[in-house]
Write a protein that binds this ligand. Sequence first.
Ligand code: Q46
Ligand code: ZN
Ligand code: ZN
Length: 321
Amino acid sequence: MAKCSICGDKAIAYVPYQRRYYCRRHYAEFVESKVARTVERYRLIRRGDRVVAAVSGGKDSVTLLSTLSILRERIGFELVALHIDLGIGEYSSSSRRIVEELARMLDAELIVYDVGKTLGFTIPSASRLTRRPACSVCGAVKRYIYNSVGVELDAKVATGHNADDIIGFAMKNFIMGDLEGLSKLTPIVPGVEGLAAPRIRPLYSVYEKESFLYVLSKGLPYIHRDCPYARFTSLEFQFKEFFNKLEESRPSIKLGFLNSIARRFKALVREGPYYACSECGLLSSSSTCTFCRLTRRLTGKPLGRRVRLSVKELLDERIKG
Ligand code: Q46
Ligand code: ZN
Ligand code: ZN
């Protein structure tokens, strides 16, 4: 039986690039210290910051909220969890229940934004009506709501993208020649005053497998099933598999790749000019932002302003409640 390299208890995992075995407790600490190092190294969070953690209920966002709630005490920042109910049938209702349970366990403040109730459409209905893939509609809706909450709260928005996600996106953007996309894959994407909240990725160096073992080792609740729209044939997914194969024979190759993304891709960042959407006032690359264009096509009216108003109401309730 393999033993933990730190305490000698029964090991539950081996980390090849460290050549170390870990027991349940020390494995959780290993992941927590990886996140703490990323936060420190890239100066993602400072004392007195406000951080909104996007929590879907999947293993990565559960790891995000748990590790941030530990760092919250150490660094001294305000942490708010944000869950978006996308209206994807039983998948969304289970995710919401899990996030509510998790927030109670971690004593984290939780805000739930219900898309169906507030905007009158769900991801499946919007995808049908606009004839766009569900994930493309979903991505635009989530990004818009995260940003609205971040701007309204003057907060940084933390997402649960892990190391494998970043590598998958990087390779896809590289193949597509999307330099703008590549420039946004750094651990922190700066905000633009009043238009866009800064975005941070505390799980930047945490492998997908590590975040899975983390939630298991801590006994945290997470949604076991995949979203019905998740595609396991996408280019990103195939690159993830390819890099996992490479990692088997060259442990830590993924970490090396991520380091160079973090160091070199910053140079690709385009500094402005920045535009405000003429409909909602948030960041846009043209006169109308993606979300306002999408919702105009869907409902006949751009709904950016409505989202911003509903976010304000939700946050006011939070202060009163
Ligand atoms: S929730 Fe949304 Fe994902 Fe489901 S519809 Fe696609 S993007 S797969 S992270
Ligand atoms: Zn141990
Ligand atoms: Zn807009």
